[in-house]
Structure formats: structure tokens, C-alpha cells
Design a protein around this ligand. Sequence first.
Ligand code: CA
Length: 237
Amino acid sequence: MKLLYLEDNPAARDYVCRGLGERGFEIHTSGDGQEGLDLLLNDRYDLCILDLGLPSLDGIEVMRRLRQARIEIPTLILSARSNIEDRVEGLNVGADDYLVKPFSFEELVARIHSLKRRTSNGEPTPESLEVSDLVMDLDRRAVTRSGQRVELTRKEYALLEYLMMNSGHTLSRKMITERIWGVEFEGYSNAINVHINHLRNKVENGHGKKLIHTVSGVGYVLEEREDEHEVDLLEMA
Ligand code: CA
């Protein structure tokens, strides 16, 4: 299980990392709220442990933006704030559980397991996504088209993953921005165009069928269309 722990106190971070590492968890950390949010938006973790008092972006805000971007990663808040208001706020913005510091290590481990069981609904998480001959291996974070490796940047990968997870469904430019950049739409319109173009160059050109389609005035959809020509022929016509 791959965890992300957001905590700005080095002593607390080391203590938790060591303990969870010894119990076989793969644990990644950040001490900064904004950086942590970027990691959660662009990488795949099984669970997040979140401190509330964080520099640059408060834990509550991290949680709020994560859920706004429709990222449903199970999240446990681990905080010294013990009053009811803080707990209620944390759960209201979308956290799944709340543990107050100081805590017993065994309780933390038990809650991690329980949270994972509760949120997985017994369904195994998919290991790969496939649309036509385009395959994304989610564990290895590797993409191939017709068996040939496609090298993508982090943002391009995140964008393609989002499109593939929703293949056949149009994603609006606003949804894409919030998911990939975690911000309000203004100012990111051009960034989407640039990234979609890069993605098309890498995934489609010279590789066969066009898969990423523009939905005029709305956004984009990734799907295989029967009557679609090879991209290279289309460009020449
Ligand atoms: Ca803190």
C-alpha cells in the first residue's frame, strides 16, 4: 500500500514514516500543503494521512481542493486539534477519518487498514486502462500504443489517465483544469491546449487511429471511433 503523509513537523514525520515503513507500507511525505496537493493530483496513492497545520496551504484546504477535483483517495486527518469543530470541519470537507495526536501507533495502523477496507468496497483497483491499442499500466505508470512505449511528462500522464478513466465521456475544460492543475479555470485555458497538443503528438501521430477528440465549445473525449481515419491520412487530406 502506497501512502502519502503530509506533515511539516520533521520529528512527527520521521516517527510515523519509520513505524509504517517497518510494517511494510510504502510511505511518501511532504511538509508543504501546496506541494502535497500537487502530488495527490498527479500521482497515485492508496491513502493519504493529512496534518491540518501546514505551510502554504492548510490541510482543510488541501482536502477541499482534492474533493473538488473529484479525487476520492481515502484520507485520514492526523491532527493535534482535538475540538469538535475541527473534527466536524475535516469530515465535512471530505476526510474519511480523524485521529487526534498524541495517538497510539497500533491505532493508527488499525485505522489505515479499516479505512482501506471501507473505501475499496471489495473491488480490486484496476491495474491498467485500455482504449483501442492504447494501454496505461497504472502500477508502473507506463503507457504503450500498439505495444510501443510512449514517454509522457507528469502532467501529460495525469491528463491522459483522466481521459482514459472517463473514456467515452466528454470532460469539460473546467473539469480538466480542476483535476490536473487543482485551480480555478481562468488563466489555464492555454495550458490545456498546449498539453492536449503534446499528448496528441505523442499518442496519435504516426500511431494509427485518432483517439482524443475535441468537443467544440465544451472540452475533450477519448474514445475509439469506427469511421476514424488514420491521423496521418487525415492530416494529408
Ligand atoms: Ca503541522
